[in-house]
Design a binder for this molecule. Structure first.
Ligand code: IPE
Ligand code: IPE
Ligand code: MG
Length: 239
């Protein structure tokens, strides 16, 4: 198999990385931003077209208020400091997740990042922020229910294809490969609809330690996998 067009990463283990060093959790999140910068560059160099990163889940609001504030602050710093460089490198930024409940200053920063970079085509960086798969599916279902109620569509028209158009990821191809760092083996509400046929790779390293080499290693493992999408491998057809 060739290079995956779309790689999605659950950037996990910032807190444990910090704890192992006797540092506060926020130090792990700061080091995590560095790892994100490295990974965006590596992904572009390795020929990946779409990189989605899980930055803040709809369940992460349940963390202590101070940590939530730190994470919101880091997103703002990332956009403010890195937007110009991302734009100069031809990176297009897109955001998925529920924006309605975010602070207005964060919402406008996210919109600014999307608008400025909308014409770029080197790599699309999709940031999942205040994202939860179940929340995304429920919001999509609500919009479709409203469209049926208005009489714009009939319920029979609701197919997986139409449903996917209502998701935050409309227009974004499904991830070929989902990587999770930190050794946890679960998806934690990340792209449940879109990852139905994704290859999954779990790596033990904490996110701040993630390097270009970890990404290359995951791509090598992906290349050795056989994706069948419910069908048969080519060599088994008509044999
Ligand atoms: C991932 O690291 C970053 C976010 C969830 C925002 P964690 O903060 O979950 O780190 P661990 O899992 O506690 O080590
Ligand atoms: C998933 O990690 C969310 C992000 C990486 C942003 P969590 O650390 O929140 O997931 P759980 O709680 O271990 O399942
Ligand atoms: Mg975690």
């Amino acid at each position: 198999m060739t290079t995956p067009a779309h790689v999605a990463i659950i950037m996990d283990g910032n807190g444990r990385w910090a704890k192992a060093r006797g540092l506060p959790r926020v130090a792990g999140h700061r080091a995590g931003v560095e790892a994100l910068r490295r990974t965006v560059r590596a992904a572009a160099d390795l020929g990946i077209s779409w990189l989605t990163v899980y930055a803040f889940s709809s369940e992460n609001w349940s963390r202590p208020k101070s940590e939530v504030t730190d994470l919101m602050g880091l997103l703002k710093i990332f956009i403010r400091r890195d937007l110009a460089e991302l734009h100069n490198s031809g990176v297009r930024v897109q955001i998925i997740g529920d924006r309605a409940t975010l602070q207005p200053d964060i919402r406008s920063l996210l919109e600014e990042a999307e608008t400025l970079t909308s014409g770029n085509d080197a790599l699309t960086l999709v940031i999942a922020f205040n994202y939860g798969g179940r929340d995304e599916i429920a919001r999509a279902a609500r919009r479709l229910a409203e469209a049926v109620k208005r009489g714009d569509i009939s319920s029979e028209q609701i197919t997986p294809e139409l449903f996917a158009e209502e998701l935050d990821t409309s227009g974004i191809p499904d991830p070929d490969l989902v990587i999770r760092t930190s050794g946890e083996i679960r998806l934690s509400n990340f792209l449940p609809w879109q990852s139905a046929y994704s290859e999954l790779i779990f790596q033990p390293c904490y996110w701040p330690d993630f390097t270009r080499e970890h990404l290359s290693e995951a791509l090598r493992e992906y290349t050795g996998r056989e994706r069948r999408f419910g069908g048969l491998a080519a060599r088994d057809v008509a044999s």
